[in-house]
Ligand binder design. Structure first.
Ligand code: NDP
Ligand code: MG
Length: 383
């Protein structure tokens, strides 16, 4: 078969990864390589279906078991914590979709920039923690970073044909999450199951909790600053409960361009692969007559303090976005393990960020050190 596009999917067993593979089936993309952490049951299924040349599994024991399970295939398995970067050395796909969750996606992004003409970037933590370094390196290597995050894909689409024109504002939309209109007091005793009940999107656990605290929007603010080279004052966050408008750009003449669609991540994933073309998609069409109302509100900063924290951190820059991201990953992990309350996430992240001395233009080594030390600070606070 003559495949049009070759793709590599990092984080293939996750929410975005499985949808990326769904798109690969739908559009007949050749899947050159996969990477995941430890879900070898699903990983084996993916290997048998997509027949990739290479697979990287970061969890050593899982990799060992997988090697035995797929010994009858032609897929080479890389294992261990550096497996993804080692595997990327061998690859030349058209697009690398990075849908690894968390800071662990950073090194793979940097390796992919060296080898691929394009990255479809879902892993927002990469840009939050090391935006300057990543964007600079992508420029040097002429690697296109096409956002997969739905809001950033929307902004990217709203900028098309208008690049270089004066942007007045970027309007970054936010669903408000499951606790929209609740007070901090009402959120004291919410459970993990309550926080995982996102109203409009089905996603991995970490980003779903971030959507409940509104930290996700804070991370997205920093992501947008780097991806589109705009200052934080030009980005306005608007609650839009229905998640139909995925974001907007307002130009100097007050024209506002929006991108709309059903809540289906396959659309931005596909666009990151096909850009600047648009191909047939399996997504449902938007039926305006069934939409009813589209509603908009200002975010409730006093009851969702992580949003203001992220706005401050975005304005200060330096090492603080990395520290905030690391503290948040750790605190969300502790909440998911039921070791802290929901409202303690914001306390722990705020205390960690506020106690940190900033470093301007941090190096990669400084970023990696801060990622470890901020997590340690969070863990020490709960002992
Ligand atoms: P999931 O938790 O569902 O999936 C994460 C994936 O990353 C899994 O395949 C996991 O493997 C893999 N993984 C984790 N650590 C490593 C590692 N060290 N090496 C290799 N693979 C690893 O997350 P999501 O798909 O929800 O999110 C992925 C990224 O996309 C996040 O950065 C998120 O913020 C972003 N995003 C997600 C959206 C969504 O709709 N889900 C929307 C917008 C952005 P395994 O499970 O096998 O261990
Ligand atoms: Mg998003």
């Amino acid at each position: 078969m003559n495949y049009e596009k070759h793709i590599t999917v990092l984080g293939s067993t996750g929410s975005i990864g499985t949808q990326a593979l769904d798109m690969a089936s739908f559009s007949d993309y050749q899947v050159d390589a996969l990477a995941f952490g430890s879900n070898i049951r699903l990983g084996e299924e993916q290997i048998r279906k997509f027949k990739p040349k290479y697979v990287a599994v970061s969890h050593e024991t899982s990799a060992k078991d997988l090697k035995i399970a797929v010994a009858d295939t032609n897929t080479k398995v890389f294992s261990g914590k550096d497996a993804v970067c080692e595997m990327l050395e061998y690859l030349h796909s058209d697009v690398c979709i990075n849908a690894i969750s968390g800071f662990n996606g950073l090194r793979p992004t940097l390796s992919a920039i060296e080898k691929f003409p394009r990255i479809g970037l879902a892993n927002k933590e990469t840009i939050v923690a090391a935006g300057e370094i990543v964007m600079q390196k992508a420029k040097e290597k002429a690697c296109e970073i096409i956002p997969v995050d739905s809001e950033h894909s929307a902004i990217f689409q709203c900028l098309e044909g208008n690049r270089g024109k004066t942007i007045r504002r970027i309007l970054l939309t936010c669903s408000g999450g499951p606790f929209f209109s609740k007070t901090l007091e009402q959120m004291q005793n919410v459970t993990v199951a309550d926080a995982l009940g996102h109203p409009t999107w089905r996603m991995g656990a970490k980003i779903t909790i971030d959507s409940a605290t509104l930290m996700n929007k804070g991370l997205e603010l920093i992501e947008a600053m780097h991806l589109f080279a705009v200052s934080p004052e030009k980005i306005e966050i608007i609650i839009h409960r229905e998640s139909i408008i995925h974001s907007m750009v307002e130009y100097n003449d007050r024209a506002v361009i929006a991108q709309l669609g059903v809540s289906d991540m396959r659309l931005p994933i596909q666009y990151a692969v096909t850009y600047p073309e648009r191909e047939i998609s399996p997504c449902e069409p938007l039926d305006f007559t069934k939409l009813g109302k589209l509603t908009f509100f200002s975010p409730d900063r006093p009851n969702f303090p992580l949003l203001s924290l992220a706005e401050n951190v975005a304005a200060k820059g330096g090492i603080l976005p990395c520290v905030m991201n690391a503290a948040n990953e750790e605190a969300v992990g502790l909440f998911l393990q039921e070791k802290i309350r929901f409202t303690e996430i914001s306390d722990l992240v705020s205390e960690t960020v506020n106690g940190y001395i900033n470093i301007d233009h941090p190096t990669l080594a400084e970023i990696e050190t801060a990622n470890i030390s901020a997590r340690k600070l969070v863990r020490n606070k709960i002992i």
